[in-house]
Ligand binder design. Sequence first.
Ligand code: IVH
Length: 720
Amino acid sequence: MPSHPNACFRLRAVCVFARFALFVALLVPLAAAAAAADLRALAPEAARLQLAALRAEVAHHDTLYHQKAAPEISDYDYDQLKLRLRALEAAQPEIAKATPAVPEVGDDRSGLFQTYRHRERMMSLDKTYSEADLRAFHARLAKLLGRDDLTYTVEPKFDGFAVSVTYERGKLVRAVTRGNGVEGDDITANALLLRGLPRTLRESAEDGTANAIPETMELRGEIFVSFTEFERINAEREAAGEIKFANPRNLATGTIRQRDAAEVGRRNLEIVFYGIGACVPATAQPSTQRGLHESIRRWGLPGIARTWTARGVGELWAAMQELARARGDFAFPTDGAVAKLDAVALQREVGATEHAPRWAMAYKFAPARAETQVRAIAVQVGRTGVLTPVAEFAPVELAGSTVARASLHNREEVARRDIRVGDFVYVEKAGEIIPAVVGVNVARRPAGAQAFAFPEACPVCRTAVVSRAGEVAVRCPNAACPAQLRRRLEHFASREAVAIDGLGPAMVEALVEKGWVKEAPDLYRLRRADLLTLGKDVGKSTDRLLAAIEASKRAELWRFIYGLGIPQVGAVAAKEAARRYGSLAALAAAGSGEAVAASAASDSAGRAIAAYFLEVRNRATIASLIAAGVRPTAPMAVATGSRLAGKVFVLTGALPSLSRAQAAEKIVAAGGKVATSVSRNTHYVIAGADPGAKLEQARTFGVSILDEAALLRMLQDEEP
Ligand code: IVH
């Protein structure tokens, strides 16, 4: 944060200016030549200002994209911003040189992992959105190589997280993120949880022929998540009241850098290989890109299912368009096509620039974008009282579906972007999935359109809104607010919680409106006679609903804990709490001074639960549930008595029968914790075949080293 008020003002001015520059870049995709001439004609002071503004903006978005996995603008806008900066730098080289540059490759090192130096630099790709640039790419190569009939391999550009996996004598030894290209985060422990990533390469192909395996090689690929898995995880997060991932890439990036290996194991990330870095001996490297794809498959590694071969630029362009059509059927996210010169000898001949090879080019697909008019900005009240503004616009067709609304996230966001009712806005599908408003066409703003006044009072119960220090969220503080109550009840009755069939939003609304239900325990006191007054012919459905409510009294304990909607307590934390406390009564007692003190040292979910039950009202809810006859099914008999409870495990090497994810799951289910690296706090290292450096670290720290059999004995609650 700039400390000097003037600096602060300057930074803000720079940002406003950059946003304007972005806006211009978006709305006026000028013919490249004309734009370059304009940029060259800029007065020095204006050029300096623009450059500083664009660099500040690019640096800001670089951090959001590469390190936080939480971009604020669409990938397309981000790319355009960078392209505009490059154009300005090219047009004003003197001024560009005189001011510090933004590093070319974004840096993904998170500071959470040990870093590891790549044997060979991990490069980025040159990219473009235009056919002309693609043709210019070919023309450059044709000139350099003195021939026009060049052969290319065309591949999908996976939208995930770049990784370099090293195999030594056919054994996986390390997985490292790109980082700054020179060194990246060592994410080996997490990568080992990827189901499709073999630890050992196949020495002979399916047809029995021997595979030549280089002694050492760095294979380059992408960790990603399929659309189906993305949707599954987001649905789960929504149910838990957690923030959803904006797109599959953010999910993949966020997951692979988790320190909690068990969490990584629960998400089905995938990996695909498309390149090679260092290869020893160099002669063992396949001589073409096509050959590399073939070898990848023969080694038993996940490769690209479909690639294209093209000769000359005509075929190259046709292949790219075919890929663009085919991608609608891909189960995984892609954001473009990559053209690679096929022959490695030619690749070596043309070499690389500072940051990218000259022999490859990514052609990115511009996202589907539409312009539409905002009819209203509705403000929704969530389960925890958070107010979310939602733009409702004239329905538009976007990438195969009709969209009519998009979240505007929070008060600050609406103000920052100054979106007004009546405005024409650009709508895009972020990651081709979730619609998002990406810009306002200010030129079409109707006269008299007013800046959106965020409500000062809850739109449902009219209580004055509040916002907590340091939080952008604006909340309705009234726990009795009917909107919050409805959402809480929907959550309590949801399939993931106590699963009351027939208690959907419409029924919940009716029950709240009638005043019959003011908190979850009231559901267990509903009277058949009352319900029958809700309409004609409701006899059967009433009986079904009452039966479902009755049955839910025996739901597992964790489902009640989860169903209460305690902030920061999702399904996983609820399961842990169920094991720890064992009963509803013990749970409510977690708010007593002693228990709070005891849990203060433990995890954040434990603290959240203790804080929640400090409130008398919340303890009373538990008492009423018990009084209403709720008797949750007891949790499995492990809990605090288990040998594993509270113990920290690190897994290393290939276990004989369990996959790493399975082992992690079992440990967590028995109350243990799984960490990705060995430290003084580690209790046990479970080592399998080819355990790697962790074993050494375990010895250094004097940590007990066990094998799978010992782990299984511990899980049976026996001596290891
Ligand atoms: S080749 C030396 N091929 O795109 C060339 N990259 O924007 C290195 N990517 O860092 C990359 N699919 O993470 C290559 N088929 C593909 C790819 C691909 C996705 C990613 C990769 C790279 C980024 C560049």
